[in-house]
Design a protein around this ligand. Structure first.
Ligand code: PT3
Length: 413
C-alpha cells in the first residue's frame, strides 16, 4: 500500500514538475593563466624573463583548462557521447596561441580516449579539431571590433561624461606617480590597465614587485582596469555600444538556438565551444546585461543551455563558472525573464542589442552624433543665414537706380 502511495506521489511530482530535456549547449570561456601581454619600460622583468615570451599560456593555465574540461565531462555525462564524436561538438578559438592552447587543454580533460580511441599505448589524449580564422578576419570573438566610427564616437562621448571626468580628476596624482615609476606615457586613466595586467602576472608567477607597488597601488590599478572594461562596453549608452560589439556574438548564439529549435540544423550538433578573452566574456555579458563589473578570471566560462520541455517549448538557462572551487556554477538570469527563459522571450528581450546591419550602423548618422551634430547644424545654419543676408544686400544694391545716371530714351522727341 505504502509502495503504491510512493509511486503515486513520485508520478504526481514528476508530472507537475514537468520533464525537460537538454538539447544544445553553447559556452564561451577565457583562456587560462598566461604571461603578461607586455612589460613597461622600467620593468625589471622583460620578455626574456618568461619561458615562452609574452602573452603565452602557462602550465597553470593548461591545468585550469584541463580541470574545466573534466568539469564539463561530468556535467554533460549522458548528454555528450562518452567517446569523442565529431558531429557533436564544434570548437572555435581566436587565433592566439593562448586561446588555441586553452581549447586543446580543455578538450584533453573533456575527451580522454577510451579503449579503441587510444591511438598510442599509455597516451590518454586524442586530437580534437579547433577552428579559427586569422586575427584580422575575426568578427565573432575578438572585442572591441576595430573600424567602427560610431563606436569610436561613443567611446569619446563616454570619456566626456561627468563620471569619467570625475574619475580622471580623482586619480590625477596617482596617474602621475604611475607614469614616473613605469616610464609610460599614459594618455587617459583607462590605459593604465596594462600596468595592472603586467604586475598581476608577475606577482602570480612569484616575481617580486618594485618598492612603489604596494597593495594600495595594486587596488587602485585594479579599479582603473575594471573601469577600462566598463568604458569599452557599458557605463554610457550601453545598448548602442553592445549593438556594435557583443551583440554580434549574441546574434550568432541566438541563430544557433533558433536553428536547433526549428530543426533545420545539423541535428547531431550538441555543443559549440568558444575559446577567447576576458573582453569577449564582458562584451557578451554586457549585451545580456548580466555583467558583474569584474574581470572574468582565467578559464571562467559562460554557459548557455537550451532545453525543451515536455510540451515541446524551448527555454534558455545561463550559468557562469567563475570560481572552480564551487561545484555548481552561478546561475545568471536575463533581466526581465525567468531563470528558465522561454526562447521567444529571450530573443525579444535581447533584440535591442542585436545589430541589423553592423556596417551600416557603424557609420555616424545624424541621430547618433548628438552634440557634434547640433554644433554642426548651428555652424551651417549661421553660414546659410550670412549668405542669405549677403544675397539680399547684393539684390537690393542692383535693383536701386545708380545715383547721377538715368536711361534717356528718345531724348530728342
Ligand atoms: O587576458 O583575457 C585576457 C586578454 O583579453 C588577453 O587575452 C588579450 O588579448 N588582451 C588584449 C591586449 C591588447
Amino acid at each position: 500500500m505504502t509502495a503504491y502511495l510512493f509511486i503515486f506521489l513520485l508520478c504526481a511530482f514528476k508530472c507537475s514538475s514537468g520533464e525537460s530535456k537538454l538539447k544544445f549547449v553553447t559556452m564561451l570561456y577565457r583562456h587560462g593563466d598566461r604571461s603578461p601581454i607586455k612589460a613597461y619600460p622600467t620593468d625589471p622583468y622583460q620578455e626574456s624573463a618568461w619561458p615562452q615570451g609574452f602573452g603565452q599560456l602557462s602550465q597553470e593555465g593548461m591545468r585550469e583548462h584541463f580541470e574545466l574540461g573534466q568539469f564539463l565531462r561530468q556535467r554533460y555525462t549522458g548528454f555528450l557521447s562518452e567517446n569523442y564524436t565529431r558531429l557533436e561538438i564544434t570548437v572555435r578559438s581566436t587565433d592566439y596561441d593562448r586561446t588555441l592552447m586553452s581549447a586543446a587543454s580543455n578538450l584533453a580533460g573533456l575527451y580522454p580516449p577510451n579503449g579503441s580511441q587510444m591511438f598510442h599505448p599509455g597516451l590518454e589524449w586524442q586530437p580534437i579539431p579547433i577552428h579559427t580564422v586569422p586575427q584580422e578576419d575575426e568578427r565573432l570573438l575578438s572585442f572591441p571590433l576595430p573600424n567602427c566610427p560610431l563606436y569610436q564616437l561613443l567611446i569619446n562621448e563616454t570619456k566626456r561624461t561627468k563620471f569619467f571626468l570625475n574619475m580622471t580628476e580623482k586619480y590625477k596624482d596617482f596617474m602621475e606617480m604611475v607614469q614616473n615609476n613605469t616610464g609610460l606615457n599614459l594618455t587617459s586613466i583607462e590605459t593604465v590597465w596594462s600596468v595592472h595586467d603586467t604586475l598581476f602576472c608577475e606577482k602570480k608567477h612569484g616575481m617580486r614587485p618594485p618598492a612603489w607597488v604596494t597593495s594600495e597601488v595594486m587596488e587602485k590599478l585594479k579599479v582603473l582596469k575594471n573601469l577600462s572594461f566598463q568604458v569599452m562596453f557599458g557605463l554610457y549608452k550601453r545598448e548602442e555600444k553592445c549593438r556594435l560589439q557583443g551583440g554580434l556574438l549574441l546574434d550568432q548564439i541566438i541563430k544557433n538556438f533558433t536553428a536547433v529549435a526549428t530543426l533545420n540544423s545539423n541535428e547531431h550538433l550538441k555543443m559549440i565551444m568558444y575559446s577567447a578573452h576576458d573582453t569577449t566574456i564582458i562584451a557578451l555579458q554586457e549585451a545580456l546585461n548580466v555583467y558583474n563589473g569584474l574581470q572574468p578570471p582565467y578559464a571562467s566560462c559562460h554557459i548557455f543551455e537550451l532545453n525543451q520541455d515536455d510540451n515541446g517549448s524551448f527555454f534558455v538557462e545561463m550559468f557562469y563558472r567563475n570560481d572552480s572551487s564551487v561545484t555548481e556554477p552561478y546561475r545568471l538570469t536575463l533581466p526581465g525573464c525567468a531563470q528558465q527563459c522561454p526562447l521567444q522571450e529571450f530573443i525579444k528581450l535581447t533584440r535591442s542589442v542585436i545589430p541589423t546591419d553592423w556596417h551600416k550602423e557603424c557609420q555616424i548618422s545624424s541621430s547618433s552624433s548628438g552634440n557634434d551634430v547640433i554644433i554642426g547644424l548651428i555652424v551651417c545654419g549661421s553660414v546659410l543665414l550670412l549668405l542669405i543676408v549677403l544675397l539680399f544686400v547684393v539684390l537690393y544694391h542692383h535693383s536701386k537706380p545708380a545715383n547721377g545716371y538715368s536711361h534717356v530714351i528718345n531724348d530728342q522727341s
